[in-house]
Design a protein around this ligand. Structure first.
Ligand SMILES: Cc1cc2nc3c(=O)[nH]c(=O)nc-3n(C[C@H](O)[C@H](O)[C@H](O)COP(=O)(O)OP(=O)(O)OC[C@H]3O[C@@H](n4cnc5c(N)ncnc54)[C@H](O)[C@@H]3O)c2cc1C
Ligand code: HEM
Length: 419
């Protein structure tokens, strides 16, 4: 085995040998790491997503990334899509090279605290070298992303230019830059991070929101679901209404200011050019329709195209569904666009074929098979919704012979979609 820049061959062997340790103790190490780091650096509470610490998603995502890294230490190419996802998220939160010094210090200290004498000086040094090898790759990619951002390299003040209710639970925010300068474009499917003060926490928090309309130079539109809060029977779990979505829905109004990142994200339409191009099927559940609506609006913003499109969407009720009229009007305008709506709980008086197409959750077997364009080996499938929904859609498509490189998924959470 040859040595990788910055690491000796012996160190690489040691890192690979540590994989079982990460499987066993990875979550404990990363939980201890976050606790110690946030105690010593309370200012980082604004950077990290507080509920993702409480519910363990963030420590799990970091442990998963370290495990994948240790497993592929001699084949880093296998990590490129994971690194791309993480670096886009980091860039949208304006993580800086100096932050890696803090994370590296507390990560290695947490390994020592959890593993005790098992963390020999050799293993400690091997992990120090490995951490910086990965950190340098990520810092390098984030530097590129910042350089491509046309000088927009930190939080920028935006005003809420308009606030429009789209459904019982989803409201759109039209965000215009306070400096009035034209906005850069983005790839339809990408997101921005939005940062604002949370009175319940007494500090700011940031969340990602997919851009829900086609690119424009005067505003960005996001469409946000009001998260009521989990209904937990466990008294140990202090469920609270979602911090940022409730501030957006209940507190912030037209004219108010918040902070916004440059658009980022690794989930986007592969091409908007080439006409006529391969068919595109957009499959979503609930608020997962936002990035797909951006893709749909982009694809239908040009002169009538020969491109075949299908929008499949599921919502609990018709009232919870956003953009119903908009999508219906697009289907009338574009003969090559069809839409299929699923409703889990139709209201009394609603009719199949009028208010929705099918009762129940999204089921691709119920969609007209010719509308899934399965016979075209180039058709692309973009999926967004809850994790289980996406993996179900993915296996249904794979079962119909669709190759995984044509299935793209966006998780509205942390840790990526498990495969
Ligand atoms: C790439 C990306 C794109 C996204 N796009 C959109 C979009 O277009 N529209 C949209 O609405 N959202 C989108 N999201 C989700 C969004 O970023 C937020 O996660 C969402 O708005 C909830 O944030 P919040 O601050 O309101 O809730 P949080 O305060 O972060 O809480 C999250 C959830 O956890 C629950 N919770 C509360 N307490 C606990 C506890 N003790 N243990 C476990 N869980 C608890 C809350 O009730 C809530 O439902 C996207 C996310 C990503 C990563
Ligand atoms: C080599 C070092 C690092 C690794 C391996 C790593 C790994 C990860 C992973 C796997 C995620 C989840 C991505 C997703 O699925 O959305 C993530 C998100 C994040 N990371 Fe890092 N990270 C590193 C360094 C840092 C540093 C230096 C900071 C800043 C102090 C940081 C701050 C964050 C934040 C704020 C998030 C989003 C949290 C959330 O939404 O819950 N990370 N990182």
């Amino acid at each position: 085995m040859g040595s990788i820049a910055g690491m000796t061959a012996d160190q690489i062997v040691l890192i690979k040998a540590t994989v079982p340790v990460l499987v066993e103790h990875g979550n404990t190490i990363t939980t201890v790491f976050y606790r110690n780091m946030l105690e010593a650096h309370p200012e980082l509470n604004t950077v990290f997503n507080t509920p993702n610490q409480v519910n363990g998603h963030q420590p799990r995502a970091l442990a998963g990334a370290l495990y994948a890294y240790a497993s592929h230490i001699d084949d880093l190419g296998a990590l490129s899509s994971a690194v791309e996802l993480i670096c886009n998220k980091h860039a949208s939160l304006y993580i800086k090279p100096d932050d890696y010094k803090i994370v590296g210090k507390y990560l290695l200290e947490a390994m020592g605290e959890v593993l005790g004498a098992a963390l020999t000086p050799e293993i400690h040094d091997a992990w120090g070298a490995a951490y910086w090898q990965l950190a340098d790759i990520m810092i390098g990619r984030e530097k590129q992303l910042y350089e491509q951002s046309e000088g927009w390299t930190d939080w920028r003040d935006f005003k809420i230019a308009d606030k429009i209710k789209e459904s019982d639970e989803i409201t759109s925010f039209y965000l215009a830059p306070v400096d009035g300068k034209p906005l850069p474009g983005f790839q339809p499917g990408q997101y921005i991070s939005v940062q604002t003060y949370v009175p319940a926490l007494k500090y700011t928090q940031a969340r990602q929101y997919s851009l829900s309309d086609k690119p424009r130079s005067d505003y960005y539109r996001i469409s946000v679901k009001k998260e009521a809060g989990i209904d937990s029977a466990d008294p140990a779990v202090s469920a609270h209404p979602g911090y940022i979505s409730n501030v957006l829905h209940d507190t912030l109004n037209k004219g108010d200011t918040l902070q916004v990142s440059h658009p980022y994200g690794d989930f986007f339409l592969s091409t908007t050019e080439a006409e006529p191009a391969h068919p595109v099927v957009l499959i979503s559940a609930g608020v997962g329709l936002t990035p797909l609506t951006s893709i749909l609006n982009t694809l239908t913003s040009k002169a009538p195209s020969a491109r075949k499109l299908h929008f499949v969407h599921g919502a609990r009720t018709s009232g919870a569904r956003a953009f119903s009229e908009h999508i219906a009007s697009l289907t009338k305008k574009y003969p090559n666009l069809n839409a299929t709506f699923f409703t889990t709980h139709p209201s009394e008086g609603e009719k199949e074929g009028v208010d929705y197409h099918h009762v129940g959750r999204v089921n691709l077997d119920k969609v007209k098979q010719e509308d899934l364009f399965l016979d075209d080996a180039k058709t692309e499938y973009y999926i967004c919704g809850p994790e289980k929904f996406m993996t179900d859609m993915e296996s249904s498509l794979k079962g119909q012979g669709v190759s995984s490189d044509r299935i793209k998924m966006e998780l509205f959470g942390t840790g990526g979609v498990p495969h």
